[in-house]
Design a binder for this molecule. Structure first.
Ligand SMILES: Cc1ncc(COP(=O)(O)O)c(C=O)c1O
Length: 382
């Protein structure tokens, strides 16, 4: 179904549409990469933990990666013993450690102090234990999402790790350093740096998790990745994992919204939508202008698409259209699969988007929310 037909067939907006064909496409690319390179792929469920996505992804991956106990529990429920569950987070709460270790297969501590506390407890090993390393090579301009920023809280800086014996006490290493990256250079550079620091000592480990952040589905030359995984497999005997999120679901999500008001403000056309940055907070957090299906670079009719909350900065951005927008028109934001719905809130009492699944030529309503759901969220027990 093309996007114009989709717009007509949606019964309720705002709507989040999971494009299941697109999801299959990205999962297919990942499967090929698994076969070509021998890498093990985990879906990073933080990007979109929608049950339907987890079920569809399950046959194509070697497991899931999680960043909290709840995510790990959801992963375990879906996998039902058929795959690995990797977890790393700066937020390990030792009060939950028993439950975490009983739920995941691999747990990478984020700091030397986390690892030390774990060792002091003298537990019988259950999950395979790893450590997150920060290779201290930055590839992102915006420090808000740069794991290798100065004074980073994510992973043990390699300069510090190198001076300890911590690697003797773990079975694996974890790194995650980029976001939406479309070439493998940061990865090959980071691994080269780690090999330079640790060399043959890496042979004492069992696995390495290269994290997420790479858009496998938008990279045409996978050769550097295939060679890297081969080298880590053969020369160091390591099982190599990746844990992409956005590469799997990013392109598979649309946000469909309707125009509910049009007016002029200070000489610019404003179109207010029945959606809001509530439904994609990263638009506000990072000042991003999401990709819009209707945008025509040479369109004669510019308009600012505004969200319907009270927040002055609740704006999707200025776009150009071939015809003036009217109340009732629908617009479709693309590339909304990752980090949108999972971060959505009901600020201002604006409802969450209705969720649809788009299969070959068919649109299925998967879930909708009502006033009762809103009320339930804010009801107190006492
Ligand atoms: C440790 C870790 N692994 C994997 C991911 C998934 O990254 P992406 O969705 O960019 O592939 C993230 C994202 O923040 C992460 O922090």
């Amino acid at each position: 179904m093309d996007i114009e037909t989709l717009k007509i067939n949606i019964s309720t907006t705002p709507a989040f549409v999971l494009d299941e064909e697109e999801l299959s496409r990205s999962l297919g690319i990942l499967s090929q990469l698994r076969q070509q390179s021998g890498v093990k792929a985990l879906y990073s469920i933080k990007s979109l933990p929608l049950y339907r996505v987890l079920e569809l992804a399950k046959p194509f991956v070697d497991g899931f990666s999680a960043s909290s106990l709840f995510e790990a529990q959801l992963a375990k429920e879906i996998l039902a013993g058929t795959g690995s569950i990797h977890l790393t987070t700066p937020g390990i709460n030792f009060a939950e450690l028993d439950q975490l270790l009983a739920t995941v297969s691999h747990l990478s501590f984020n700091s030397l102090s986390q690892l030390q506390r774990y060792q002091e407890q003298n537990r019988l090993p259950s999950a395979s234990i790893g450590l997150r390393v920060n290779p201290q090579l930055s590839y992102l301009d915006d420090d808000r999402y740069n794991p290798c920023r100065l004074h980073s809280k994510l992973g043990v800086p390699v300069d510090d790790l190198w001076q300890t014996t911590a690697l003797n006490h773990v079975q694996g290493l974890h790194l995650h350093t980029v976001f939406a990256c479309q070439d493998y250079r940061p990865l090959t550079d980071s691994i080269a740096k780690l090999l330079n620091y640790f060399g043959k000592n890496l042979k004492n480990l069992e696995w390495i998790n290269l994290g997420g952040g790479y858009l496998f589905n938008h990279i045409s030359n996978h050769q550097p990745f295939v060679e890297l995984v081969g080298q880590l497999n053969k020369d160091y005997g390591l099982t190599v994992y990746v844990e992409p999120g956005k590469a799997i679901v990013g392109d598979a999500g649309y946000l469909v919204a309707s125009v509910i008001d049009c007016f002029n403000s200070g000489g610019k056309a404003i179109a207010v939508l029945d959606s809001s940055v509530n439904h994609h907070p990263e638009v506000f957090e990072y000042g991003w202008r999401p990709e819009l299906h209707e945008h025509a670079a040479n369109g004669d009719y510019p308009a600012i698409l505004a969200g319907c909350s009270c927040l002055a900065g609740d704006l999707f951005g200025e776009y150009r259209f071939k015809a003036p927008l009217h109340v009732g028109d629908r617009v479709v934001f693309k590339n909304m699969g990752a980090y949108s719905l999972v971060k959505a809130s009901r600020f201002n009492g604006i409802n969450l988007p209705t969720i649809y699944g788009l299969q070959v030529g068919r649109l299925n309503k998967l879930k909708d929310y009502s006033y009762q759901d809103y009320r339930q969220q804010w009801l107190t027990d006492h």
